[in-house]
Design a protein around this ligand. Structure first.
Ligand SMILES: *Cc1c(COP(=O)(O)O)cnc(C)c1O
Length: 269
């Protein structure tokens, strides 16, 4: 088998982009209003270099340690980093240093730690508030009813620029259940938009490899897509969403990834 090359990645990105555009057009949306964030967790830096050669200049990483290592290894490239996973306060300084965007803000404690670290560096950061729309204990994020009090505190953290909401839908082959999660995030934005004096919350970051088309139909402005571009991960996703029962996290998701990737196996790994 020939090793993967930049053209393979470019093809996969183009394929995802086509499906994104079609989903947007189906619901009367402008395809240009939806951004693709390629997610590169577990993908080695050599392949990130290929992705860059294929035109990918922003990488989404779930874990801070992995983002640190990769951003150092790729310091010679003009790329930006979106941190999309739960943050522990003791790692806030690294996100403040390396990230261009943080999509998993889920507590006042993290907001305070991140704001303090950003002040020290004299910079601001775009953030997304993660909301648990599935009701699953295994998912991080604020409960919908916690949003109002959280939004009241947020303006105190002046280095954080709230850009929108982020969620992970339930991992289920039942599209109706998945859709309900996305619809809820959309409704929550409508309900809380005026709550922020700065007028943030324009963006809805929702949808992954298995469900990004549904997310776009429900109003996503950013989809976070890994496996449909870079191939299936061998690492179980339960390490990214701890506490979840492995069968719930793996089984259903694998059902979902296949049909939407539409990639031949050789393009996947
Ligand atoms: C890994 C990850 C994704 C992308 O998942 P894929 O199945 O690879 O598309 C999206 N969002 C978050 C928070 C992730 O950790």
């Amino acid at each position: 088998m020939t090793p993967p090359c930049a053209a393979d990645i470019a093809n996969s990105v183009a394929d995802v982009r086509r499906r994104m555009d079609a989903a947007a057009l189906r619901t009367g949306r402008d395809p240009a209003s939806v951004r693709l964030l390629p997610v590169t967790k577990t993908i080695p830096v050599e392949r990130l270099r290929l992705a860059f050669a294929a035109g990918v200049a922003r990488f989404g990483e779930n874990k801070v340690q992995e983002a640190r290592e990769k951003s150092e290894a790729l310091a010679d490239l003009p790329v930006t980093w979106s941190v999309i996973g739960h943050l522990q306060t003791n790692k806030a300084k690294y996100v403040a240093r390396l990230a261009d965007e943080f999509q998993a803000l889920d507590s006042v404690r993290v907001a305070a730690a991140l704001d303090a670290a950003l002040q020290k560096q004299g910079r601001a950061l775009d953030v997304f508030i993660q909301v648990n729309t599935s009701g699953e204990a295994s998912k991080f994020g604020l409960q919908p009813e916690q949003m109002m009090p959280f939004l009241r505190e947020l303006p105190a953290f002046q280095s954080l620029h709230a850009r929108g909401l982020m969620t992970l839908a339930v991992f289920s082959a039942d599209a109706a259940r998945v859709r309900r999660c996305f619809r809820l995030l959309h409704e929550l934005r409508a309900r809380h938009r005026d709550g922020l004096a700065s007028g943030g919350l324009d963006e809805l970051s929702m949808g992954m490899s298995g469900d990004y088309e549904i997310a776009i139909e429900e109003g996503a402005t950013i989809v976070r897509v890994g496996q449909a571009i870079f191939g299936p991960r061998s690492t179980p996703d339960s390490i990214y969403w701890p506490e979840g029962s492995p069968d719930q996290l793996m089984g259903a998701q694998h059902d979902k990834v296949g049909p939407t990737t539409g990639l031949p196996p050789q393009a996947l790994q």
